[in-house]
Design a protein around this ligand. Structure first.
Ligand SMILES: Cc1cc2nc3c(=O)[nH]c(=O)nc-3n(C[C@H](O)[C@H](O)[C@H](O)COP(=O)(O)OP(=O)(O)OC[C@H]3O[C@@H](n4cnc5c(N)ncnc54)[C@H](O)[C@@H]3O)c2cc1C
Length: 454
């Protein structure tokens, strides 16, 4: 329990309404993990100075701090417990400036991705990163998890979008490195340490984000491919010949389940195939986008890379196609209690991995089902296994040969609470030891999001 005296001191820093407990806290949605609000105390600072004062107080009293952005994280990074405080960055939600000429935005860490996307759109720019949780996920949370998303093969992951960062260290010191430029070599690039640190080293309060040109006139298609290898060949071909924006991959079992349950009938009746792609391209105007994609797919059908294709003819059809991929929780609704993994497989190893995955699922029994989908360009697969006897059995199939293939067991969601054992099992021991050393230097009292990552 947090002592009343501490709560009073916190109220002096952030104001009476900035400390939320009991009934008020119960009105707040816990987000992706039911355990996120278990601490029972949420502190909501309004600016960097207040974040610094809160951390100084917590550090002095050795009170653990669990940072929260939009609570959309999928690895338990926001889980809190009694005796800790939740530090919500939601009120740092100002877009301080956005330069069309510079192609940059300076934002508070509580700004949601969608707000930044909408602001950038007004000046014909985009964030260069997109995830389905865009309405709630915050820039600070996305930086802390080094989020990836659907455009990573073009614009990189969050790490590549961050030009500048302001962080508050556990002792209340503020490190400001808010450069607005790509080229800045001023000694060790310390901001990179905080990107992907999942709130275990410091609190991110502000950031400079590099924006990308907006995609104005897009065309979208759903295509069925004879194999993952054909899907990859098509992806590389379109990357060379068109302005390819997105290439989302789905295996047969996922597509069949999602389309049958999400509809519409036209998609549920679409040709069955081992692999599917949702492709999106950009062009100088709308008719050109449609005709370019149509021609490219007609060619791909002739070459045998595609067996069937649907080109969205309206925004409604586009949304229906995307819904098949984005509402992936449909798997959990049909098969509750499945196990989920977030892995990367290099594209040259994808067919091998899929074959061994399918064989592994079959070997576990006819009741066991495997579902894989993800971002093709960077080989990032979200893999669900339903009906396995336990998580270790599922893990053995999903992680088999992943290292040998050159992949990663943790692609874009982070380590949080849920993948700590995997981190210890997979990561080079020297790297792990260095991580512990860095944590000890920056957070000697271990108050920052304890128990997460390390
Ligand atoms: C429907 C859905 C789709 C998703 N799709 C993708 C996807 O395509 N790609 C992808 O990479 N991820 C995806 N995610 C997960 C992704 O990690 C989060 O959506 C996002 O990056 C987290 O942002 P958030 O603001 O919700 O952070 P939270 O969930 O609140 O926090 C995430 C972690 O960061 C820490 N943290 C939060 N804010 C700060 C801060 N200001 N300073 C320090 N630490 C902080 C927290 O302690 C926690 O460890 C998806 C999630 C959902 C629910």
């Amino acid at each position: 329990m947090i002592a009343d005296k501490i709560l009073d001191e916190l109220r002096l820093i952030v104001g009476a309404t900035g400390v939320k407990t009991s009934e008020i806290l119960s009105l707040i949605h816990p987000g992706s993990d039911e355990r996120n609000l278990d601490a029972g105390v949420m502190v909501v600072p309004r600016n960097t100075g207040e974040v610094a004062s809160v951390l100084r107080l917590c550090n002095e009293h050795r009170i653990a701090v669990v940072p929260h952005g939009g609570r959309t994280g999928l690895v338990g990074g926001g889980v809190s417990a009694v005796g800790e405080i939740i530090l919500s960055l939601a009120a740092l939600n100002k877009i301080e400036s956005l330069s069309a000429d510079g192609g940059t935005a300076t934002v508070g860490s509580g700004v949601t991705l969608q707000s930044l996307q909408e602001a950038a759109e007004k000046v014909n720019l985009a964030t260069g990163i997109d995830i389905a949780a865009r309405g709630s996920a915050t820039i600070g949370g996305m930086i802390s998890t080094n989020a990836g998303g659907m455009e990573a093969f073009r614009h990189g992951v969050m790490r590549h979008r961050v030009l500048g960062l302001e962080v508050v260290l556990p002792d209340g010191r503020i490190m400001t490195d808010m450069a607005q430029v790509t080229k800045s070599n001023e000694g060790y690039d310390l901001k990179q340490l905080f990107i992907g640190a999942e709130g275990t080293l410091a609190i991110i309060t502000r950031a400079v984000i590099r924006l990308a040109p907006a995609d104005e006139f897009t065309a979208t298609a759903l295509v069925a491919c004879p194999s993952a290898t054909d899907a990859i060949t098509l992806f590389r071909k379109l990357q060379r010949s068109l302005d390819l924006l997105r290439a989302e991959f789905m295996v047969r079992d996922y597509f069949v389940l999602a389309s049958a349950n999400l509809g519409p009938a036209s998609l549920a009746a679409f040709t069955e195939a081992p692999a599917y792609l949702i492709l999106e391209i950009d062009a100088a105007d709308q008719p050109t986008a449609q005709s370019d994609l149509e021609e490219a797919l007609a060619e791909a059908i002739e070459e045998g890379l595609v067996v069937d294709a649907i080109l969205a003819q309206s925004e409604k059809e586009r949304t229906e196609i995307w819904n098949i991929r984005e509402d992936s929780s449909v798997v959990d609704r049909v098969h509750p209690n499945g196990y989920w993994f977030d892995i990367s497989v290099p594209l040259q190893g994808l067919e091998t991995w899929l074959t061994q995955f399918n064989e592994g699922i079959a070997a576990l029994g006819s009741d066991v089902r495997g579902f894989a989908f993800g971002h093709l360009g960077d080989g990032n697969l979200h893999v669900g296994v339903a009906g396995a006897p336990d998580k270790d059995a599922a893990k053995a199939i999903v992680y088999a040969n992943l290292r040998e293939l050159g992949g990663s067991f943790s692609a874009e969601h982070g380590i949080g609470l849920d993948k700590r054992a995997d981190l210890h099992a997979f990561v080079d021991p020297v790297k792990l030891a260095l991580m512990h050393s860095i944590k000890a230097v920056l957070d000697p009292n271990g108050i920052m999001n304890p128990g997460k990552v390390l």
